[in-house]
Design a protein around this ligand. Structure first.
Ligand code: PBG
Length: 348
């Protein structure tokens, strides 16, 4: 009788107590399924013209637009902390913007000068450079306009030139964030034809027409160019998940080496599905609006900034991301460093 009762109870409370594994900091550390490490982080940085300047970005506390000379020591620190790569975004002066975005592929434009300087001064950090025309167009769209439509196929030619000029400057990974159809193929062909077959492509494969990009557009100065227009004619509808799988499949078929889902937190389900459906390095982008929300609530004293940031970032790992773009990379790396030196606070 009593042994029957015992069998029925096997695998159930009170025999099974899930809390046993959660009793101590060390058991929690031991059974943790996912870990955030400094090697998961990509640090996006904004580069501006001039010398010895750092301009704060109001909607992104603790993030600065920096001149190249100011950026170098910070990138050196990122490298020392073990951050594998940075992602570069240029703040293009108004007088360099045009309807045909020709500044985008000029050999000596701001981003190319930044790439060359970083490669020279901090050679062993990866440089991911953004391919899209929005920093360079007077209208703030990612491609060339015909009427009020962003024209796909003419844009591809400019994107391909932009990618080659960045590869020539020394970029390691070309990251198209423009969401034109066929751009991975166009860029791969152009890179190979120019002899850059070792340069990788990280495609922003599933990029949504999100309302979380506002602070970034302030940072690069494209928000007032864009005005009341939007990017819904090429970026994805936030209501769609299945479509993301098709986007990613196409980019992989066109030759993407790595793919991205962007933004991150509102699209954890998409990250998970891409992870389950494809064997390819997958990045999540914690975008400017996500960063700003955490910062703003923390400034009000409503949440603990570093704990919430850590929770958001580890959720990307849990969902299946290989790595994470985050503006908080340096701070997070410093915190993780303390942790690895014996300070277990973040998991307590
Ligand atoms: C544009 C681009 C955007 C971001 C990265 N590349 C903004 C946009 O699509 O309008 C957003 C990044 C962020 O919000 O942090 N090609």
């Amino acid at each position: 009788m009593s042994s029957q009762k015992y069998n029925r109870r096997q695998g159930q409370f009170p025999h099974t107590r899930m809390r046993r594994n959660r009793q101590h900091a060390w058991t929690r550390a031991l059974v943790a399924e996912n870990h955030l490490t400094v090697h998961d982080l990509v640090w996006p940085v904004f580069v501006q013209e001039g010398e010895k300047q750092r301009t704060p970005i109001e909607s992104m506390p603790d993030v600065f637009r920096c001149t190249i000379d100011e950026l170098i020591p910070q990138i050196y620190e990122a490298r020392e902390l073990g951050i594998p790569a940075i992602a570069l975004f240029p703040v293009v002066p108004q007088d360099k913007k045009s309807d045909n975005a020709q500044e985008a592929y000029r050999d000596d434009n701001l981003i190319n000068r930044a790439i060359k300087a970083i490669k020279k001064e901090v050679p062993n950090i990866g440089i991911i450079s953004d391919v899209a025309l929005d920093p360079y167009t007077t209208h703030g769209q990612d491609g060339l306009l015909k009427g009020d439509v962003v024209e796909n196929d003419t844009t591809l030619k400019v994107l391909a030139k932009q990618a080659v000029s960045q590869a020539q400057a020394g970029a390691d990974i070309i990251a198209p964030s423009d969401m034109m159809d066929g751009r991975v193929d166009a860029i791969r062909q152009a890179l190979d034809a120019a002899g850059y077959e070792s340069v990788s492509i990280l495609s922003y494969g599933a990029k949504y027409a999100s309302s979380c990009y506002g602070p970034f557009r302030d940072a690069v100065g494209s928000s007032h160019n864009l005005g009341k227009a939007n990017k819904r004619g090429y970026q994805m509808n936030p209501a769609n998940g299945d479509e993301a799988l098709k986007e990613i499949a196409l980019d992989i078929a066109e030759g993407a080496d790595m793919v991205m889902v962007k933004p991150g937190l509102p699209y954890l389900d998409v990250i998970r599905r891409v992870h389950e459906n494809f064997s390819i390095p997958l990045f999540a982008y914690q975008v400017s609006g996500e960063y700003a929300m955490v910062k703003a609530a923390a400034e009000k004293g409503w949440i603990n900034e570093s704990a919430v940031m850590m929770e958001h970032l580890v959720s990307f790992k849990r969902a299946g991301a290989t790595g994470i773009f985050t503006y908080a990379a340096i701070n997070i790396a410093r915190t993780l460093m303390q942790h690895s030196q014996g300070d277990c606070k973040i998991w307590e």
